[in-house]
Each structure stands twice: as structure tokens, then as C-alpha cells.
Ligand binder design. Structure first.
Ligand code: ADP
Ligand code: ADP
Length: 214
């Protein structure tokens, strides 16, 4: 895949992820991790190749959801109204929007903050709202692009544990971009390693679980 300035971001990328896998993608800054995530998300279309994500039929469920490094909450909307946004866009009826959003806030332990504004929340809490907004659509595939890297080490570890707990509950498929190897080892059942110029996959390894999973 080439950007308009003729930078070749990716070359010969070929991999397949099984439903329910937690896959981390690691590699140096600039190796094309975000580009890969954006291609899978459908945000870039001038690439040569083929991306397939399982389709879902229900209108209030999405095949995939994205979580970025910034929580990207709308500051003028309360927590609950941020979480229900994707359901609103999918024209789900309002009672259901509310019910599902409260349930999503509950699983990230923020039900009590449903009526708070983003400015009232800590960085970690905002990120948990962002996770809830992604999970509310019941995605089959979660694309997470360095989601916690702006947070301090302790908050980050807490959120990694939250993420793993949520994944264990619902078993969506995760593609998690990070340049933190220990984080990748902690979270993943598989790690894809990329190198740069242009971005290629140089290793693809299964990880024995370092964390008790049920
Ligand atoms: P990573 O996420 O691994 O840091 P990126 O996917 O962001 O890598 O970038 C891969 C390569 O593509 C880098 O060389 C970067 O400079 C380049 N790149 C990223 N976005 C653009 C863009 N919009 N236009 C031109 N080049 C870009
Ligand atoms: P996180 O680990 O999500 O970053 P913090 O360590 O910032 O959370 O906050 C710990 C707890 O303190 C939160 O779960 C919340 O109950 C409370 N808290 C944090 N910020 C606020 C706030 N602005 N208003 C009310 N309670 C807060």
C-alpha cells in the first residue's frame, strides 16, 4: 500500500485471524501498524489486496469497532450519550439505546458516571467510556490502535486487565496495536511482529497464556 507521497507503507501483508483470537501487532513506530488497522476498518481504500471481515445482519450490531489512543468523546455529550452514539446512528429505538449503553457502562465499571460529562472524568475513565462505546454495538472484531499508550503505567495496567476481562466475557476477536512488548505478551494469544520500510510481517508467534483465563 502506498500513500500519496509515494511512501510505501505496507508490502506483502498476508494473515488470517480466527474468531475469538486476541492478536497483538507490534513493531517500530512508522512500520505501518495504524495503516493496517485503517485498511481493515475500511478507512483507506487505495490498496491492492483483499480484506474480509465477517458480516453481521442485525442493524444494531456492527462487524467491527475501533478504539484509538485518544478517547475521542464528544465534550458536550454526557457519558451515556457518548456511549449510545453508534446506536443512535444505527437508528436503534431510544429505550434500547439507553438500556444497552447503561449495560456497556456497567461492564467498564462506570454506570455511576452515566450522567457525567467527559471533562469530569480521569484519562483512564475516558478510555473506559471509549471502550464501552465500542462494545455497545457488539462488534465481532475490535480494532485497538495503541489505546492506552497515553495513560500512566498503573492506569494502563488496570485497563489491560479490564480489557482482558471483557474479552473473556464476550470473546470478540481483538487486533491490538502496541509497541509495548510486555503488554502484547500479557494480553495476547498471538503476536504479529512487523518491521518497517516498507511495513512487512517478520514474525507471527503463538503466546502461551501468562494470565489465568477461564
Ligand atoms: P505506525 O502505526 O506503525 O507508526 P503508520 O501506519 O502510521 O505506522 O505509518 C506507516 C508509514 O506511512 C510511515 O512511514 C508514515 O510516515 C507513513 N504515513 C502514515 N500516514 C500517512 C499519510 N496520511 N500520508 C503519507 N504517509 C503516511
Ligand atoms: P482510572 O483508574 O480509571 O484512571 P482514577 O484512578 O482516575 O481512575 O480514579 C479512581 C476512582 O476515583 C474512579 O474510579 C472514580 O470512582 C473516582 N474519580 C476519579 N476522578 C473523579 C472525578 N472527576 N469525579 C468523581 N470521582 C472521580
Amino acid at each position: 500500500m502506498y500513500y500519496e507521497n509515494n511512501v510505501q507503507a505496507l508490502q506483502d501483508i498476508d494473515f488470517c485471524v480466527t474468531q475469538g483470537e486476541f492478536v497483538s501487532i507490534v513493531g517500530p513506530s512508522g512500520c505501518g501498524k495504524s495503516t493496517l488497522i485503517r485498511i481493515i476498518a475500511g478507512l483507506i481504500d487505495n490498496y491492492v489486496g483483499d480484506v474480509r471481515v465477517a458480516e453481521m445482519t442485525k442493524t444494531d450490531e456492527q462487524p467491527l469497532a475501533l478504539v484509538f489512543q485518544e478517547a475521542n468523546l464528544l465534550p458536550w455529550r454526557k457519558t451515556l450519550d457518548n456511549v449510545r452514539l453508534p446506536l443512535e446512528l444505527a437508528e436503534v429505538c431510544e429505550n434500547v439505546q439507553k438500556e444497552k449503553s447503561l449495560a456497556a457502562l456497567d461492564i467498564v465499571r462506570l454506570k455511576d458516571f452515566a450522567h457525567a460529562y467527559p471533562r469530569e472524568l480521569s484519562g483512564g475513565m475516558k478510555m473506559r467510556v471509549s471502550l464501552a462505546r465500542a462494545l455497545v454495538t457488539k462488534p465481532q472484531l475490535m480494532l485497538l490502535d495503541e489505546p492506552f499508550s497515553a495513560l500512566d503505567e498503573i492506569t494502563r495496567q488496570q485497563l489491560n486487565e479490564d480489557l482482558l476481562r471483557l474479552w473473556q466475557q464476550d470473546q470478540w476477536t481483538a487486533l491490538f496495536v502496541t509497541h509495548n512488548i510486555s503488554e502484547a505478551v500479557f494480553l495476547s494469544s498471538r503476536i504479529i511482529v512487523m518491521s518497517d520500510r516498507p511495513g512487512r510481517i517478520i514474525a507471527d508467534v503463538a503466546i502461551p497464556f501468562s494470565y489465568p483465563r477461564t
